[in-house]
Design a protein around this ligand. Structure first.
Ligand code: PMP
Length: 456
């Protein structure tokens, strides 16, 4: 049988299992900078880097060359027998200076795997030190930690959890998110809001029995579930203090918000706390290869070394040499090209332009985020903050209108309980230019207006 030329194939055989919308997606055949190229040649501005993945944009020549060079040397060696040069160099790049006391890196294939490993490490730590009663994990509603069963059990996204509820472990429980726009009361200032959230977390520890809690897990800036929600000042310090008081670990999930997305390599640097265990992925490899990592603090490494001697976990593709080589080059480019300066500068411009375009928009209730991680939340009524009826699928309409205008952004639906409205997440590559930022906001403005007009 003759091979079908790739360009002539229809993506039909992947649709049911892979599609993310009911529309048959066009074929992506190329990319450059912040642009993706469709079959036929149309260019689409990648305003969210997929799901906050493509931090260097597409087809960066240094990353492509690093992948090719590693492929020419060594493609694979199982971690039971070997480590590899790119894995060790990437670990040096990430934890060589022990940021926040994180001193070892464990490389996996993506975000969900990183979260699974983080949860199991927390549990193994307590087994190693003889506190085997610690088996509860406290997380937050309106969080997303991944789609594998442990990560899904940690997450608070009701829609994602619903079909699998019987498979999700009761070891996980959830407290309120630190989501000021929806959760802060009118008669409460920021400090009061933080105090109330801290009291709720403390009460949850007490309900479970404080010496049975292994860890609290949270995203420093909430990504997919509510759209770039930053925590109120002092929140993470309060959380850290509660974990410390009760001997529990703090796991921060920076799969989406980390690796420079908010203007510092780690989002926690802006919160004044460091985690015991951290999950990273997306911006680690920038989409050039599937890779995630767990960064682990000295205390946990020491306990495992003194105990069983190894993390009781593993996957076939741990620390894949080509993935590590790609991620290493991504991180070097970010550092050498001083791209975090651009994240801060272009993040400021993006915020300004969003406020200019949507600040007085009758259906935009909130504009939020940090660095190049920004979102708008749509509301039916600004005064009451009532979201649109989720059945209207406003987010899907925005996605369609934006795509028709050559803009790929990341709209998500509101929650059925009305505690979050439809929102649009923007996470452009760190190389984005001022003109491209302006184009993103122009096209998004038109798309939002057209989508809302289509409701009538
Ligand atoms: N944690 C967070 C905070 C995420 O945003 C995601 C992905 N959106 C994940 C975990 C899961 O990552 P992956 O899709 O790579 O498994």
């Amino acid at each position: 049988m003759m091979d079908t030329p790739i360009a002539a194939m229809q993506p039909r055989r992947t649709l049911v299992l892979h599609r993310s919308s009911r529309l048959a997606p066009p074929m992506a055949v190329g990319g450059h900078g912040v642009w993706l190229v469709e079959q036929g040649g149309r260019e689409v501005l990648d305003a969210s880097g997929g799901a906050a993945v493509s931090c260097l944009g597409h087809q960066h020549p240094r990353i492509v060359a690093a992948i090719q060079a590693q492929a020419g040397k060594l493609c694979y060696a199982h971690t039971s027998f070997f480590t590899s040069e790119p894995a060790e160099a990437l670990a040096d790049e990430l934890v060589g200076d022990a940021p926040g006391g994180l001193c070892q890196a464990y490389f996996v294939s993506g975000g969900s795997e990183a979260v699974e490993a983080a949860l199991k490490l927390a549990r193994q730590y307590f087994v190693e030190i003889g506190q085997t009663q610690r088996s509860h994990i406290v997380a937050r509603r309106q969080s997303y930690h991944g789609n594998t069963l442990g990560a899904l059990a940690a997450g608070g996204n009701a829609w994602r959890r619903a079909p699998y509820a019987p498979l999700l472990s009761p070891a996980f429980s959830h407290v309120s998110p630190a989501f000021a726009y929806r959760e802060q009361r009118a008669d409460e200032d920021e400090a009061g809001f933080v105090a109330r959230l801290a009291a709720e977390l403390e009460a949850e520890f007490q309900r479970l029995g404080p010496d049975t809690v292994a860890a609290f897990i949270a995203e420093p800036v909430v990504g997919a579930t509510a759209g770039c929600v930053t925590a109120p000042a002092g929140y993470f310090q309060a959380v850290r203090a509660i974990c410390d008081r009760h001997g529990a670990l703090l796991i921060l999930d920076e799969v989406m918000s980390g690796m420079g997305r908010t203007g510092t390599r780690h989002a926690w640097e802006q919160e004044g706390v460091a985690p015991n265990i951290q999950a990273v992925a997306k911006g680690l490899g920038g989409g050039y290869q599937p890779i995630g990592a767990v960064l682990v603090s000295e205390r946990i490494v020491a306990a495992i070394e003194a105990g069983s001697g190894a993390f009781q976990h593993g996957h076939t593709y741990l620390a894949h040499p080509i993935a590590c080589a790609a991620a290493l080059e991504v991180q070097r480019v970010i550092r050498e090209d001083r791209l975090l300066d651009n994240v801060i500068a272009m993040g400021g411009r993006l915020e300004e332009k969003l406020v200019e375009r949507f600040g007085n928009h009758r259906h935009v209730g909130d504009i939020r985020g940090r660095g190049l991680f920004r979102a708008i939340e749509l509301v039916a009524d600004r005064a009451t903050r009532d979201p649109f009826d989720p059945a209207l699928q406003l987010n899907a309409r925005i996605r369609k209108e934006a795509f028709a205008r050559g803009l790929a952004c990341y709209p998500s639906g509101g929650t059925a309980d009305g505690r979050c409205g439809d929102h649009v997440l923007l996470a452009p590559p760190y190389i984005v230019s001022p003109a491209e930022v302006d184009l993103i906001v122009d096209r998004l403005g038109e798309a939002v207006d057209a989508a809302i007009a289509s409701l009538r």
